[in-house]
Design a binder for this molecule. Structure first.
Ligand code: COD
Ligand code: ZN
Length: 375
């Protein structure tokens, strides 16, 4: 490509300060160094976790280019890159898979030790950034930074996908869909005939519902304070939906009554301590499994009576649906292409990078599930 080895000037949405709108402006994107890949982003979704950075509940260094749910095409590669080449369709991976660390070598975990989720550095693996804007270095987000026409990622944070994949849909595999779906099928391991409850019916929560349904759950109860979310939840598989605002009793007591002593599997997909407690309490005390999917507010703790676990409950969590990203994303993409998995119900709005602030306003107002911006 004519741009290989050169700095690319392009448009990106830069977040300079917390609780301020993005500024869409020209940035310089340096060429990839060794073991790095420069990608032309084709489509990127707006996820609540990006908003969590803006409002300070997820810590990341500023200024920063956010965005972590995307699909694109490789523009150029640095020395030593072997798993992708220019022209390949790819998905950036906010949970990398280095294949060298203890977690990557373990059959079960997926939180590669090279992840930038905990105590975010905001750089690539070598500790530096490839973005500058108005002469200042701009941080990377979770090794992905997809709210930019071009981005640079480490090779461990990108995977080649089928060349026939529709990028404006498949981008949801980069976060929301996989996070929710995997939480049901891989983390909870939902069983046929079981009863499940999903707290929070946003893009991730709906993907949990889809996972519960595909695993054969016979009863899937959606819980949300916004009743506008119920129709879509039922469309993708919820058998009933309730709002905590309609009851005087705590919602866990309502659910325990509805299900004769609690559900088999519960999922918290909001990111609030009170609903995390309710999710734990509403699962059956002897065999219930509760999965934390939502990101809790920064530096807040829960305290609870250990008897809740001693009786037999399981309390667990995972990022990215427990999927080992480089290994499992291509298969998820193939399942979408084969129409075994459907992403269409999750995409409510199509937009562009110039309208990014409007896209976030719609998410905050509860009006959108997923807005996908095409570049
Ligand atoms: N009770 C019931 N429902 C509520 C409440 C409440 N008190 N408060 C809010 N809700 C509902 C809202 O009405 C909304 O429908 C839903 O909860 C939340 O949905 P969204 O659309 O705001 O959010 P999502 O689905 O895009 O994502 C939410 C997560 C919290 C799961 C998000 O942060 C996430 O993706 N976490 C995954 C963890 C992870 O891997 N993060 C790293 C990159 S995402
Ligand atoms: Zn996300």
């Amino acid at each position: 490509m004519a741009t290989a080895g050169k700095v690319i000037k392009c448009k990106a949405a830069v977040l300079w300060e917390l609780n301020k709108p993005f500024s869409v402006e020209e940035v310089e994107v340096a060429p990839p160094k060794a073991n790095e890949v420069r990608v032309k982003i084709v489509a990127t979704g707006i996820c609540r976790s990006d908003d969590h950075v803006i409002n300070g509940s997820l810590l990341a260094p500023l200024p920063i280019i956010l965005g972590h749910e995307a699909a694109g095409i490789v523009e150029s590669v640095g020395e030593g890159v072997t798993s992708v080449k220019p022209g390949d369709k790819v998905i950036p991976l906010f949970t990398p898979q280095c294949r060298q660390c203890k977690v990557c070598k373990h059959p079960n975990g997926n939180l590669c030790s090279q992840n930038d989720l905990n105590g975010s550095k905001g750089t690539l693996k070598d500790g530096t950034t490839r973005f500058t804007c108005r002469g200042k270095p701009i941080h990377h987000f979770l090794g992905t930074s997809t709210f930019s026409e071009y981005t640079v990622v480490d090779e461990m944070s990108i995977v080649k996908i089928d060349s026939s994949a529709p990028l404006e849909k498949i981008c949801l595999i980069g976060c929301g869909f996989s996070t929710g779906y995997g939480s049901a099928v891989k983390v909870a391991k939902v069983t046929p005939g079981s009863t499940c409850v999903v707290f929070g019916l946003g893009g991730v929560g709906l993907s949990v519902v889809i996972g519960c349904k595909s695993a054969g759950a016979s009863r899937i109860i959606g819980v949300d304070i916004n009743k506008d979310k119920f129709a879509k939840a039922k469309e993708v598989g919820a058998t009933e939906c309730i709002s905590p605002l309609d009851y005087k009793k705590p919602i866990q007591d309502v659910l325990i009554e509805m299900t004769q002593n609690g559900v088999d599997f519960s999922f918290e997909v909001i990111g609030r301590l009170d609903t995390m407690t309710a999710a734990l309490l509403c699962c059956n005390d002897a065999f219930g499994v509760c999965v934390i999917v939502g990101v809790p507010p920064n530096a807040q703790n829960l305290s609870f009576n250990p008897m809740l676990l001693l009786t037999g409950r399981t309390w667990k969590g995972a990022v990215f649906g427990g999927f080992k990203s480089k290994d499992e994303v291509p298969k998820l993409v193939s399942d979408v292409i084969a129409q075994k998995l459907k992403l269409d119900p999750l995409i409510t709005h199509a937009s562009s990078l110039d309208k990014i602030n409007e896209g976030f306003d719609m998410l905050r107002a509860g009006k959108s599930i997923r807005t996908v911006m095409t570049m």
